[in-house]
Design a protein around this ligand. Structure first.
Ligand SMILES: Nc1ncnc2c1ncn2[C@@H]1O[C@H](COP(=O)(O)OP(=O)(O)OP(=O)(O)O)[C@@H](O)[C@H]1O
Ligand SMILES: [Mg+2]
Length: 1003
């Protein structure tokens, strides 16, 4: 059964979707049943139901249940509609109206109450009976609609929060505040519909868009204004702006209106609407009504203005007035004229008369005629436009229309017909829209996430940002907390997105499977998971490409497809029932394993996501772990961290067992290695992971694992500046490694020893460990470890340099740099460059230091190595001070030190504080220099390797302050300690200083 997966099954089952549910109830039916003869009552109820059904169906709703004195209907089912809420409200108003008109035996007119709510439901055939059964719905929304209905006054329509939000620009509402409704836990905000707004103000609620800045679109505005100018000169123009929903067509129109506000032109504006797509002259009528001052105008005033306008243009008022008055719904005292004409003829006359009128008006005053949403324009208005275009080549009319891509303009492009395609916004502009809404304190990562999901569509960016603000308000500022595949879709966009999916018909189930596979998916995978034959599948996919839902990509190995918008994928995915999702994810994982082994190998995170979403937790842990190792191989530390953390999070949900502990230890140890880089060796998270690893390892006897754990502990201690304890651990590391005898571990053990020794000032032992370890440092297993080569050779270079062997130091530094550059490993390179930069500062080569540290900083910021980034800043500061920029140098060093303090690192503080003191000295602030250098000597007595140099510099400072005896004391102490350490270079420097002092101050 090749099609067994159910591209077909999926089409038949129920689905999750946003739905607008309406309840309409007859008021006082119990009383009526007591008063009326059963047969009369039955007739009355039937009339009530007919009135409801007629109102509902005429607006595209679906009558789901008729219960005697009540009716329930859905809008947005079986086909989602962008304007479902609007339709429901119109249906509600219409039902209330027609029920009032039902003849009733008593004098009291009948009346009904309507409640409408919009929200997520499961809808479809839930009975299992199959085809023909009525669609049922489950969720809070129908209850809410029913309760709102009960809360409504007789003859009124009351709506929920989301319904209100969706229809805000179309109707006028009065807030009812928050209502406590029976059966619902929280109070619900509700609104009563007061009336219909004169013009639909879609998406420009309470003028809020106008207040936010317009981004980009300058060239488009210029083109349109240019066209207007040409038309004013007597060369009629037609400009079409085309773009998908929400790209900013209407916003562009508003910007044009703003630009032309002070010009002596007549601005006419109308729009197509989905509901009125078949109402003759709807858009034209709207345009005229608007130019006369709107329907709120008293009838006699409207009539007066109309008569005047017609007379001004020299039209035969007696003939034209009744036609146009009828079109725009203004009653005339004398309507005979049109009534004497047949329908066809009337239409023709109206057409001719409108055309005439518009062209004549343009003689008096140039016209800008805007027609929005041409894809929904009624055919009569379209014909009118067509005729005006034909006659407008020398008229002062500019017609500006907007349309979604499905509108095929019947006019060829020419010198006087311009088509403008709005392109998606770029990242910077998208971010500008997001921050304008969400405020500048939105985290950059979150803003970036939203921008990525919005895919350059202004509306998506706005609505996602709004959703975030709203969630923040509700969830106490946690921001994006969801993990996994399901992502919230703003309620305001749900109708729009689902409507696009529902237009697809046959391809929709396929698209849902594709959505499970991800934002992008290889054709082969979709073929295998869906079980649809290749030829049919390609045809279906290509038609989805034509529908602008998918984009096709041809990669080296296979054809692949991707969703054009992340939100369309999310909407398609969001329609699946949870059980269906799990099944499909499971199936995807199995298919990848069986048929696309290279994907399983090279992108284990894909597999991991499927297993996780399928609820196969064991397999998910395994795959996330593999994804972590795979990311590490490629030096993707951030990705590795995410993968290990995912694996651990899932593991925590599994029941306790020794086996589980073992897996956790393995994962925590791996995570620990990554956190050292992404957070810092002594950062709180790293330490927490180390503590957990230790706890787990106590229950575990495996010696190799124990070694890894002890090394991590050593790194944490060492980086935190606890060097004596670190030295003791170093001994244990070496003895464990010797027992294990693997060359890589022996390499690590020697590095650990060398590092531990030199920090406490035992340079000779450090050098010995480096030499003894050299054979192991060349081993592949050692070199692969993140940062191992940089750390080992960088520190060894430092040791050689302090011991007076500058050329050996140079050789070791060069080795670390070359290796890092050749391996293309960013962490190793940033680390090695920092080490080299520090030696360059010491060697008075500040320009070299500056170049190296700059590069290291850029790498660290790009890849997320916080600890390295702070060291780069400090090195840059050391270099800047030496280059004569004392103040900037001090500033950089301070920033670096503050950052390090946050990551918990306290290593080489003696060096950095000495630099800070020197930069104060260079800036002439001797007092501050002395304070800081004392701090350098006190901050960590366990850190000894740089102490002689710090003492010497303090001596120099004291000498400058005319305190020769104190200076001498420092020099002598520096000489003594450098000698005992074997720090030849520092010894030379201190001796030289002492000599100078003695020359200047003979005893
Ligand atoms: N260039 C822009 N700068 C700032 N905001 C914009 C820009 N373009 C669009 N927006 C905002 O994005 C939202 C959607 O834009 P708009 O309503 O103009 O889209 P549209 O293309 O007319 O969509 P539809 O086809 O659904 O009518 C609006 O709130 C609008 O203010
Ligand atoms: Mg629009």
């Amino acid at each position: 059964m090749p099609d067994s997966l159910g591209v077909r099954d999926l089409a038949q089952t129920a689905e999750r979707r946003q739905l607008t549910v309406m309840f309409c109830d007859l008021v006082g039916s119990t009383a009526l049943s007591a008063e009326l003869d059963p047969e009369d009552l039955q007739e009355l109820l039937a009339a009530f139901q007919r009135a409801c059904a007629e109102a509902i169906e005429s607006l595209g709703g679906y009558v789901a249940k008729e219960m005697g004195d009540g009716v329930m209907a859905y809008f947005g089912y079986p086909r989602a509609r962008e304007d479902a809420a609007e339709r429901a409200i119109r249906a509600g108003l219409k039902a209330v109206e027609s029920i009032r008109a039902i003849p009733h035996p008593d004098a009291e007119p009948l009346s009904a109450r309507v409640g409408i709510a919009t929200g997520l439901v499961v809808v479809g055939d839930l009975s299992g009976v199959g085809a023909g059964a009525r669609a049922e719905v489950v969720g809070k929304t129908p209850n809410l609609a029913a309760r709102l209905q009960a809360a409504a006054q007789p003859g009124r329509v009351v709506v929920s929060r989301l319904t209100h939000r969706l229809a805000e620009g179309v109707f006028e509402f009065a807030s009812l505040g928050e209502l406590m409704l029976k059966g619902l836990r929280n109070p619900e905000p509700a609104w009563e519909v007061v009336g219909t707004l004169p013009f639909r103000a879609r998406r420009s609620r309470s003028g809020d868009t106008a207040e936010r800045p317009m981004v980009n679109r300058v060239p488009e505005i210029t083109r349109i204004i240019d066209a207007m100018r040409r038309s004013v000169a007597g060369e009629g123009q037609l400009v079409g702006v085309s773009a998908e929903a929400g790209m900013g067509k209407s916003r562009l129109v508003r910007a044009i209106e703003e630009r032309l506000r002070r010009e002596p032109i007549l601005w006419l504006e109308g729009a197509g609407a989905q509901i009125f797509a078949n109402t003759p002259f709807h858009a034209a009528g709207q345009m005229l009504r608007r130019s006369l001052g709107g329907p709120r105008l008293p009838a006699d005033e409207a009539l007066r203005r109309l008569t005047e306008a017609l007379a001004r243009t020299g039209l035969d008022v007696d003939r034209t007035l009744p036609l146009i008055a009828e079109l725009i719904g203004v009653p005339t005292p004398d309507l005979q004229a049109p009534l004497t004409l047949g329908a066809d003829e009337r239409r023709r006359s109206l057409m001719a008369c409108l055309e005439d009128w518009l062209l004549k008006s343009a003689e008096a005053r140039p016209i800008m005629m805007v027609l929005e949403d041409m894809h929904w324009i009624d055919p009569s208005t379209l014909e009118l436009v067509d005729r005006i275009i034909a006659g407008a080549s020398s008229a002062r009319i500019c017609i500006l229309y907007t349309a979604r891509p499905e509108f095929q303009a019947p006019w060829p492009e020419s010198a006087n017909h311009h088509r403008i395609q709005l392109e998606r916004l770029d990242l910077a502009n998208t971010l500008a829209i997001i921050t304008a809404l969400a405020g500048a304190n939105l985290s950059p990562v979150l803003a970036r996430n939203i921008a990525d999901r919005a895919g350059g569509v202004a509306l998506f960016a706005e609505e996602l940002a709004r959703l975030l603000i709203q969630e923040d308000g509700e969830a106490g500022g946690q921001g994006e907390k969801k993990h996994g595949q399901e992502r919230d879709i703003p309620g305001s966009l749900s109708g729009l997105l689902t409507a696009r999916l529902d237009q697809l018909g046959d391809e929709k189930p396929l698209l849902r499977i594709a959505a499970v596979l991800g934002q992008e998916f290889p054709l082969r995978l979709l073929a295998a998971v869906s079980g649809v034959g290749r030829r049919r599948l390609t045809a279906a996919l290509e038609s989805l490409v034509r529908a602008d839902i998918l984009v096709s990509r041809i990669s080296r190995t296979d054809r692949a497809y991707g969703f054009r918008h992340a939100l369309i994928r999310d909407a398609a995915y969001g329609g699946l029932l949870k059980g269906e999702r799990e099944d499909l994810h499971r199936r995807a994982a199995k298919t990848i394993l069986a048929r696309l082994p290279e994907v399983a190998r090279s992108r284990p995170e894909i597999l991991a996501q499927h297993w996780e979403a399928a609820g196969e937790l064991d397999a998910a842990v395994q795959a996330w772990r593999a994804a972590g190792s795979r990311a590490l191989e490629r030096r993707g530390f951030q990705e590795a961290q995410v993968a290990y953390e995912r694996a651990l999070a899932i593991l925590l949900a599994l029941t306790d067992s020794p086996e589980r502990d073992e897996r956790e230890l393995d994962l925590v140890t791996s995570l620990l290695g990554v956190l050292q880089i992404t957070a810092g060796y002594s950062a709180p998270r790293t330490r927490a992971a180390a503590a957990r690893a230790r706890e787990l390892a106590e229950r575990d006897g495996n010696p190799t694992r124990r070694l890894g754990r002890i090394i991590a502990e050593w790194a944490a201690l060492s980086s935190a500046g606890e060097f004596l304890e670190a030295s003791q651990l170093a001994d244990r590391v070496l003895s464990l490694a010797q027992a294990d005898a693997g060359p890589a571990n022996l390499g690590h053990a020697h590095t650990v020893q060398m590092t531990a020794r030199y920090r406490i000032g035992d340079l000779i032992a450090a050098e010995g460990y480096f030499r003894a370890g050299e054979p192991y440092f060349a081993h592949e297993g050692f070199r692969r470890w993140p940062g191992a080569v940089a750390q080992t050779f960088g520190n060894a270079a430092r040791v050689a340099w302090i011991m007076g062997d500058a050329s050996e130091a140079e050789r070791r530094t060069a080795h670390a740099l070359t290796f890092a550059r050749e391996s293309g490993d960013a962490y190793n390179l940033a680390f090695a460059e920092n080490m080299a930069a520090i030696i360059s500062v010491w060697s008075a080569r500040p320009s070299d230091a500056d170049a190296l540290a700059r590069n290291a900083l850029a790498l660290s910021e790009t890849h997320g190595f916080p600890q390295q980034a702070f060291i780069s800043r400090i090195a840059l500061g050391g270099a800047a001070a030496a280059l004569g920029e004392a103040r900037r140098g001090a500033q950089l060093i301070r920033e670096g030190l503050e950052g390090m303090a946050k990551t918990g690192a306290r290593v080489a503080m003696t060096v950095y504080l000495t630099w800070l003191a020197e930069s104060h000295q260079a800036g002439g602030d001797m007092d501050q220099a002395l304070v800081v250098i004392d701090e350098a000597l006190q901050i960590n007595p366990q850190e000894r390797f740089f102490r002689p140099e710090t003492l010497r510099i303090r001596g120099e400072l004291r000498l400058q302050r005319q305190e020769p005896s104190l200076a001498e004391r420092d020099f002598l102490e520096a000489i003594r300690s450098s000698k005992s350490m074997g720090a030849k270079l520092f010894h030379q420097r201190a001796s030289a200083s002492l000599q100078t002092l003695r020359r200047l101050q003979p005893a």
